[in-house]
Design a protein around this ligand. Structure first.
Ligand code: AMP
Length: 589
């Protein structure tokens, strides 16, 4: 039984939603209109950090709260737009002093702390390319990304450095400087590349003339996972801010002066596009919580900080749903105006549950690292069909297609037909390449369409519905995990001959990672070894990526061409039909 449509929110007083009426806004929309909402720099230059910080700091919002940081232990630090202008100016000056040039890559490996936000915006001001990494990554994912991205500077803490970076330092010859937030507690002499971040910044001037970057100049590098090969580095340009800004207004209903809380970590594209850039470019106040999900803490933040717009993810929503229909007890959320969710399919039950728990439905929206910004959404001014991702943003043409293989795609226009979700190429936040992988990038496009790798349907009213991924990539608690990266780390264990990794459905995390392992001859399949392999994977990959379960097998099913048939492992695990086995190599069971 499908869930009933939830009627659009009534407009609060005189205030119209950012996207007042879907059809008319969409028809009349031109990207030019979105560009006009930004300031630009002289000569048509465009810099994300100028739009997010400097223009507000120097244009009447200097004293307004831009970022409120809530520490794990109850600490709180406030930054006005002027404070951010100065702090990011210092960081940009430091990069200059260190000889880091335009287009060179600055990485961060930090929890959600102010230094991360300052490094991101400071690097952009200097015209560098910024790439945020999850603090939960182990040494292998850090090495793969920093070396791939030719990182010149890494901003981290001493604790994270010791655990995750020190073991791989000799394999990062291009990395010139490591800035340690919170200082270097002695042993400076041990590694000449270490710099005390806090002391170095304190010596810099707060004034910096933001680099006059061109709209098509690279700005951000976000790594994402594919089924095969190493992680892909999706390159985004400064022009992306045009899409961040307008989608923040339309899809998240954000306005200047709003208090906005995006629970995503900047290590994931959402935490950068919407956890930093969109709200600041709009002139909102950003709440940054250092802690991980903890329901009481979250309800407190929503009420105490008077959050107006909240952007979170299905895994967290499902965890809250476990607490019942009214998890926040008698609390009310009078300031909360709009709630949105992204990253995984949002169960229709969750959309409806939001109404009882918070007095508002969750608005699901869809996008991915490559699209740089929200592409399909449920808007404040539109009825919600629970379980649907919504309709394409103004300026975005989405379709359900099938690839013909000869460089053409055919649109599947009949309602409710399953096909690949495609977007007409050319929106401002579209990725401009996979780092050093032109062929892989080219393969994402056909006939002027960008092919997303997701399967979906569109109904007769133009709403899109997620069906699944067309590849073996795993989505666990919002993290996209490439099986290949996990298999490679498993195979570094001295007992492992072969490994295959799949995602299994999980009520809370969406999927969990399960590994099948074939041992080397002579190694005994016992529990101690299984635990040792699990511990090895956690050490190498970090808890966000490592498998939850390891199972021994005598062999792995492969195609005749040698590819592991992960799909078959999954079908067998779940007792599903095994599908076409014509390419299965003989022998494997
Ligand atoms: P990432 O690049 O890590 O943000 O992951 C993007 C992928 O997450 C998409 O290609 C989808 O498979 C999935 N995804 C994102 N948003 C949604 C959504 N609203 N519903 C279903 N799947 C989603």
């Amino acid at each position: 039984m499908p869930f009933a449509t939830i009627r659009k929110l009534p407009a609060a007083g005189e205030r119209q939603p950012g996207l007042p009426e879907y059809e008319t806004s969409r028809r009349g929309f031109r990207w030019e209109q979105a560009r006009r909402e930004l300031s630009f720099l002289p000569g048509g230059a465009l810099n994300i950090a100028h739009e997010a910080v400097v223009r507000h700091a120097r244009g009447g919002r200097g004293g307004q709260l831009a970022l409120r940081w809530l520490g794990k232990d109850g600490a709180c630090r406030d930054f006005s737009y002027r404070d951010l202008d100065e702090a990011t100016g210092r960081f940009a000056n430091l990069l200059r002093r260190l000889g880091i040039g335009r287009g060179e890559a600055v990485f961060s490996l930090l929890g959600r702390q102010p230094a991360l936000y300052i490094a991101a915006l400071g690097a952009l001001r200097a015209g560098c390319v910024f790439s945020p990494l999850f603090a939960a990554f182990g040494p292998e994912p850090v090495l793969a990304r920093v070396s791939r991205g030719h990182g010149r500077v890494l901003v981290t803490t001493e604790a994270l450095y010791r655990k995750k970076v020190a073991p791989i330092m000799d394999r990062l010859p291009e990395l010139r400087h490591i800035l340690l937030v919170g200082g270097v507690a002695g042993n400076e002499g041990e590694e000449s590349r270490l710099i005390d971040h806090d002391a170095a910044l304190a010596r810099e001037d707060a004034h910096f003339e933001t680099a006059a970057t061109q709209p098509q100049e690279p700005a951000l590098l976000h790594f994402t996972s594919g089924t095969t090969g190493r992680p892909k580095g999706a390159i985004h340009v400064h022009e992306a801010v045009v899409a961040h800004h307008i989608t923040g207004r339309y899809a998240l209903d954000l306005r200047a002066g709003d208090v906005f809380w995006c629970t995503a970590d900047p290590g994931w594209v959402t935490g950068t596009s919407y956890g930093i850039i969109a709200p600041l470019s709009i002139g909102a106040t950003l709440i940054v919580d250092e802690a991980e999900y903890e329901p009481e803490r979250w309800f407190d933040i929503l009420t105490r900080e008077r959050v107006n717009v909240w952007y979170t993810a299905p895994t967290a929503i499902r965890m809250m749903m476990k607490l019942g229909a009214k998890p926040a007890g008698g609390r009310t959320f009078p300031d909360l105006r709009f709630m949105a969710s992204v990253g995984e399919p949002l169960n229709p039950e969750a959309v409806v549950w939001g109404l009882g728990a918070f007095g508002l439905p969750f608005h699901d929206n869809w996008w991915q690292t490559e699209t740089g910004g929200i592409m399909i959404a449920n808007y404040a001014s539109m009825d919600i069909k629970p379980g649907s991702m919504g309709r394409p943003l103004p300026g975005i043409e989405a379709a359900i297609v099938t690839r013909s293989g000869d460089g053409h795609v055919a649109e599947l226009n009949a309602p409710d037909t399953i096909g690949e979700l495609a977007l007409r190429a050319g929106w401002p936040s579209m990725f401009r390449g996979y780092l050093e992988e032109d062929e892989r990038y080219r393969k994402c496009f056909d006939d002027g369409w960008y092919l997303t790798g997701d399967l979906a349907t569109r109904d007769a009213d133009g709403y899109f519905w997620f069906v699944g991924r067309s590849d073996d990539v795993i989505k666990s608690a919002g993290h996209l995990i490439g099986p290949f990266e996990v298999e490679s780390a498993l195979m570094e264990h001295d007992a492992v001959a072969e490994a295959a990794v799949i995602g299994l459905p999980d009520a809370i995390a969406g999927e969990i990672v399960k590994a099948y392992v074939v041992l080397k001859a002579g190694r005994l399949e016992d529990d101690a070894l299984r635990k040792d392999i699990l511990a090895h994977a956690r050490r190498r990959l970090g808890p966000a990526v490592a498998p939850r379960e390891v199972m021994f097998r005598r062999d792995l099913p492969r195609t005749r061409s040698g590819k592991i048939m992960r799909r078959l492992l999954k079908a067998r695990e779940l007792g599903l039909p095994e599908g076409d086995l014509s390419t299965l190599e003989g022998g494997a069971t």
